[in-house]
Design a protein around this ligand. Sequence first.
Ligand SMILES: NC(=O)c1ccc[n+]([C@@H]2O[C@H](COP(=O)([O-])OP(=O)(O)OC[C@H]3O[C@@H](n4cnc5c(N)ncnc54)[C@H](OP(=O)(O)O)[C@@H]3O)[C@@H](O)[C@H]2O)c1
Length: 322
Amino acid sequence: MTDASPLPAQQRAVLLPRFGGPEVLEIARRPWPQPVDDEVLVRVSAASVNPVDLNTRRGAFPMVTAEMLPIVLGRDLAGTIELVGTRAHDMLSHGDRVFAHIGFDRGAQAEYVVVKAVELVAMPNGLNFVEAAAVPLAAITAWQGLFDQGGLTAGQRVLIHGAAGGVGHLAVQIAKARGATVLATASAGDLAFVRGLGADVAIDYKGQPFEELVGEVDLVLGLVGGDTQTRSVAVVKPGGMLVSTVDLSDETTAAAKTRGVRVPGRWHAEPNAAQLGEIADLISAGKIRPVVAETFPLDQVKAAHERQGRGQVRGKIVLTVD
Ligand SMILES: NC(=O)c1ccc[n+]([C@@H]2O[C@H](COP(=O)([O-])OP(=O)(O)OC[C@H]3O[C@@H](n4cnc5c(N)ncnc54)[C@H](OP(=O)(O)O)[C@@H]3O)[C@@H](O)[C@H]2O)c1
C-alpha cells in the first residue's frame, strides 16, 4: 500500500441492518477498509441511489438474503483515490478522480470504499462528482442491455421503455451516439426532456398505446415490466430481440416464442471498466450527459429512498458524501 495519509479511525456508511422501509436505514460508524493488491481506497464524494438499493432494502433483491445482513448499500460512486494497493500503483495514483460501478460484495454509500482497478476509470472531462456518480451502474446497464444482450448496431431501430429514468435517459443518448433510431416511452411531462436527449420519437406511455406509433423495431430495451413488457413483443421484428432489465413474465416468454422474438433470460449488469471507459469517452466528447434530478446528503438517505420510491424522477438521485 502506498500514499498513506491521515484518515479518520472511523467513517460513515449507509447500513442496511434488516429488510424493511426507509426507516430501517442507519448511518453507521465503521472502520475504513484496507486496499490490497490491485485495489484502491477511494474517498467518496458522491454515490448514486438506484432502484436496486430500494429492492435490496425491501428484501426483494434475490442476490441479498437476510443471512447476509448487515450490509452497506450502494453500487456506484465518484471520488478521489486516497490509498493505492501494491499491485495498482503503476496505473493509479493518490489524488486521481475516478468513478466506478462496484461488485455486490461491497457498498458504495460510504465515506471510503475499496474499489478494484478493474471496476474504475478516470472521471470524464466536464463532469463534477455528483454528475459522475450518476453514471456508472445506469450507463453500464444501458450499454450491456443495448449491445451485449441486444446486439444493437448502427441503423437499427430501438424502442426504449422508461426513457426518462436513470437507465433510460442514458440508454437513449448511448443508442443515438451509436447511430440507432430511438423511439422512447415516458410520462407526458417528460416527452420534451426525452426528445432533448435525442429520441426520434417520444410517446406518452399513459396517453396512447405505443404499438400504434412505433412500427417494427429491431430491439426493445424494456426498463419496466408488466403489461408493457408483454405488449412489446408485438412490435419486435421476428428474429429481433426484447431485452428487459426486470424479470420476464411467463406471458412475455410465451408471446416471444410464438412470434420468433429472442429474449435473453435473467441478467444483471456487471462492473466493466472497459465499457465504463467507452462511456467516459462519449461523455468527454459531449455525446452523452447524465442528468441529476435531486441530491441528498448521505445522512438523509431515508429521504432519498422515499423520493426514488415515489417515481417521476428525471434522471438520477445522488447522495453527496462530503
Ligand atoms: N438487471 C439489471 O442489471 C438492472 C440494472 C439497473 C436497473 N434495473 C432495473 O431496471 C428498472 C429501471 O431502472 P431505472 O434506474 O431506470 O429506474 P427509474 O429511474 O425509476 O426509471 C424508470 C422509468 O420508467 C418509467 N415508467 C414507469 N412505468 C412505465 C411504463 N408503463 N411505460 C414506460 N415508462 C414507464 C418511469 O416514469 P414515471 O416515474 O414518470 O412513471 C421512470 O422514468 C428498475 O426496475 C431497476 O430495478 C435492472
